[in-house]
Design a protein around this ligand. Structure first.
Ligand code: C5P
Length: 221
């Protein structure tokens, strides 16, 4: 069974999807990590988002992204390299959004995502999971919150992961830029699927959002 959780950056999709996957015994697909891994790989090979599509296509033949569950965390590998931490920088966030407007990139990642979940129960989280990649998902959710609230949450999360103080205004600026790129791109722009349940998380705790979703899927999961 597929459950999709879509929404903009910093809305808490990742945290919520992980908790739900754990509680329902589902696998968890972090599609954003795949865009990030691709961006890092391209960057390391000197390929830019607005460069030649031919070079990009050649590069993508050699890209293999794997998720490996280790203790409480899910590690991300590009070929044999563990890139779990390297893909979380704000430079890679921006680069990932730039590559995400490219049709070749979206096509390759869509196929990888469909292959990964084949014949298994998954919670897939990202921008286009319910709309484009898994349109037949049994349950679809779209999480939303104001850019200011998302920037505050993201700054706290980055501080926890990286252990350094984060300039919240800078995070807000990056979130607004990424929202614009994600929502206005020609292919697979971020928007709720017609049949998605929209949850505004601005005034809800993580626990409350998780409980809301659990109450909707409880008869099937
Ligand atoms: O979710 P996360 O912040 O890790 O995603 C990084 C970037 O990858 C997003 O800003 C978005 O541009 C892109 N992305 C996407 N479609 C997805 C997941 C991520 O376009 N399903």
């Amino acid at each position: 069974m597929m459950i999709t959780i879509d929404g903009p950056s910093g809305v808490g999709k990742g945290t919520i999807a992980k908790i739900l996957a754990e509680s329902l015994g589902f696998n968890y697909l972090d599609s954003g990590a795949m865009y990030r891994a691709l961006a890092l790989f391209a960057d390391l090979h000197g390929i830019t988002a607005n460069g030649s599509d031919e070079k990009l296509k050649k590069l993508l033949i050699d890209l293999h992204i794997r998720f490996v569950d280790e203790d409480e965390t899910q590690k991300v590998f590009v070929n044999t390299d563990d890139v779990t931490d390297d893909i979380r920088t704000s430079e890679i966030s921006t680069l990932a959004s730039q590559f995400a407007v490219n049709q070749i990139v979206r096509g390759v990642l869509k196929e990888m995502q469909r292959r990964i979940v084949k014949n298994k129960s998954y919670i897939a989280e990202g921008r286009d999971m319910g709309t484009y990649v898994f349109p037949d998902a049994k349950y679809k959710f779209y999480l939303d919150a104001s850019p200011e609230i998302r920037a505050n949450r993201r700054a706290l999360q980055l501080k926890e992961i990286l252990g350094v103080n984060i300039n919240e205004q800078k995070v807000l600026k990056e979130i607004n830029e990424r929202d614009t790129l994600d929502m206005t791109r020609n292919i697979c722009p971020l928007h709720p699927a017609d049949d998605a349940v929209i949850i505004n998380t601005s005034t809800l705790s993580i626990k409350e959002v998780v409980e809301k979703i659990q109450s909707i899927v409880k008869d099937d999961a």
